[in-house]
Ligand binder design. Structure first.
Ligand code: V47
Length: 373
C-alpha cells in the first residue's frame, strides 16, 4: 500500500497515532499492540507490518536447508497442549542413542544441510554425559553442521542433571558442539496460563534467566510464543513485552517465531485451531511490536504453505527450512508435508513475490537465488 493511502486508511480506522509511530520508527506501547490485535482491519495492520518488514529486509525472504532430530519423545512435563510426549511403555515411545541421532545426520550427507534443529522431551533418566555425547556424535557425523539444539526447558533439565552452575554447563555444551539455541518452550509467560496448561514446566522467570545466560556466554537463540489456546490478547502482549525487554538487555535473540496451536491428539483437542486470520495478525503485531528482534519467522510446517506465503506480506521475512523429519506438529495433526525440497521453498517464496535468500542459522547469506520468471 502506498504511504499516502496507508496514512489515510489509518486515519479512518482510528489508528493514525499508531501509524505515525510506526512511520517514524518509534517503539509501540502495550496498548498500541492490544489495539492492533483487536482492530477489525487486518489488511491495514498487515500493511503497517509490511512497511517495517521491507524497511529491515526489502523483498528478501530467508530460508535454510535444515533437518530436525527429535531425539526422544519421553517427557515428564505433561503439558496439556502437547501431542508429542510419551511415557515409557506407551505406544510410539522412543529415545535415540547418540549414535542413532548421528545416523539421522549421516542419512542426509548427500544434501546441502547447514543446520540441525535438535529438540525433544524432558526425561530425567538421561544423564549429563548423554547430552554431551549427543552433541559430539552429531558434530562428528557432519563437522560443518550448525547445531541449534535444546530449548531453555531442556537446558534447565541438563543443568539439573549436571549439578553445575548454568554458565558452566552452557560453556561445556558449547565445547561439545552446541552452536545456538532454538526458541521453544516459552509458551505464554503469564502465570495464569502456566498454572493451567503447563504447570510442571519452567515458567517465565527461569526461561528468561536461561536465555539471558546463554546470550551472555555467546550463544544466540530464537524466541517463540505459543498462541491460540486459552491466552488473552493482553497475555500475548505481555509475553511480547517481556521478550522485548530481555532483547534490550542482551541483543541475543535472532528470530521470533509465533507458534500457532495445533490441538489434535492433545488434552486440549476440544479447542479450535487458530484461524489464518489470527495467524497473520499475530505475525503482523509481532513484527510491529518487537522492534529490536531482527527476524520474524512464518514456520510453514505449522502455518501451512498458503498462510506462510501470505505471512511474507504481513511482517514475516523467514519461512524456516527444508525441515525433514519434524514430529512435534505432525503428532498434533499438522497436515503439511514432513519436508520440502530446497527447490520447493524457493518456488513458494518466488510465487509469493519475494526474493529467496538461503541463509545459515546466523543469517549469513549462503546463496541469493536467481529469479527465473
Ligand atoms: O516448545 C508443542 C510448541 C515448540 C504444540 O527456534 C506446539 O527456529 C503448537 O520451538 N501446537 C517446539 N505448538 C517448536 C519450536 C520451534 C519450531 C520451529 C523453529 C524454531 C526455531 C523453534 O512447539 C514447543 C511448544 O511451544 N508446541 N506442541 C502443539 N500441539
Amino acid at each position: 500500500m502506498n504511504p499516502e493511502l496507508l496514512s489515510r486508511r489509518a486515519e479512518e480506522a482510528g489508528l493514525a497515532d499508531v501509524w505515525s509511530r510506526v512511520d517514524a520508527g518509534e517503539r509501540l506501547a502495550f496498548d498500541d499492540a492490544v489495539r492492533l490485535f483487536e482492530h477489525e482491519d487486518l489488511a491495514l495492520v498487515g500493511a503497517m507490518a509490511d512497511v517495517v518488514r521491507r524497511r529491515l529486509h526489502g523483498a528478501r525472504a530467508y530460508f535454510n536447508v535444515n533437518q530436525h532430530v527429535n531425539y526422544t519423545n519421553l517427557c515428564n512435563k505433561l503439558c496439556k497442549f502437547c501431542a508429542f510426549q510419551r511415557l515409557p511403555g506407551q505406544e510410539g515411545a522412543y529415545c535415540m542413542s547418540p549414535e542413532e541421532a548421528a545416523d539421522e545426520i549421516r542419512k542426509k550427507l548427500h544434501e546441502p544441510v547447514t543446520e540441525v534443529h535438535m529438540v525433544a522431551g524432558v526425561w530425567p533418566k538421561l544423564e549429563y554425559g548423554y547430552y554431551l555425547d549427543l552433541l559430539r556424535a552429531v558434530k562428528e557425523a557432519r563437522p560443518s553442521i550448525h547445531v541449534k539444539a535444546f530449548t531453555m526447558v531442556e537446558i534447565d533439565e541438563i543443568q539439573r542433571v549436571a549439578g553445575k552452575p548454568l554458565d558452566e554447563v552452557l560453556l561445556e555444551l558449547k565445547e561439545a558442539g552446541l552452536d545456538s539455541l532454538p526458541g521453544g518452550g516459552a509458551e505464554i509467560f503469564a502465570d495464569r496460563v502456566h498454572r493451567e496448561i503447563f504447570p510442571l514446566k519452567i515458567g517465565a522467570e527461569r526461561w528468561l534467566e536461561i536465555a539471558r545466560t546463554a546470550h551472555r556466554v555467546g550463544l544466540r537463540s530464537n524466541c517463540t510464543m505459543l498462541y491460540g489456546h486459552i491466552e488473552t490478547i493482553e497475555e500475548r502482549v505481555d509475553h511480547l513485552e517481556r521478550l522485548r525487554a530481555l532483547q534490550d538487555e542482551t541483543g541475543g535473540f535472532q528470530t521470533f517465531i509465533p507458534l500457532s496451536f495445533h490441538p489434535d491428539n492433545s488434552e486440549m483437542s476440544d479447542l479450535p485451531a487458530p484461524t489464518a486470520h489470527d495467524d497473520l495478525r499475530t505475525i503482523a503485531v509481532s513484527r510491529l511490536f518487537l522492534d529490536n528482534v531482527p527476524h520474524v519467522k512464518a514456520y510453514w510446517i505449522m502455518l501451512g504453505i498458503p498462510t506462510a506465503q501470505l505471512a511474507l506480506n504481513y511482517g514475516a521475512d523467514d519461512i524456516d527450512g527444508t525441515v525433514t523429519q519434524e514430529r512435534i506438529y505432525h503428532d498434533a495433526g499438522a497436515q503439511t508435508p514432513q519436508e520440502l525440497a530446497r527447490a520447493d521453498l524457493i518456488r513458494l517464496i518466488v510465487d509469493a513475490g519475494f526474493e529467496p535468500v538461503e541463509r545459515d542459522t546466523l543469517y549469513n547469506v549462503v546463496k541469493v537465488e536467481e529469479i527465473v520468471a
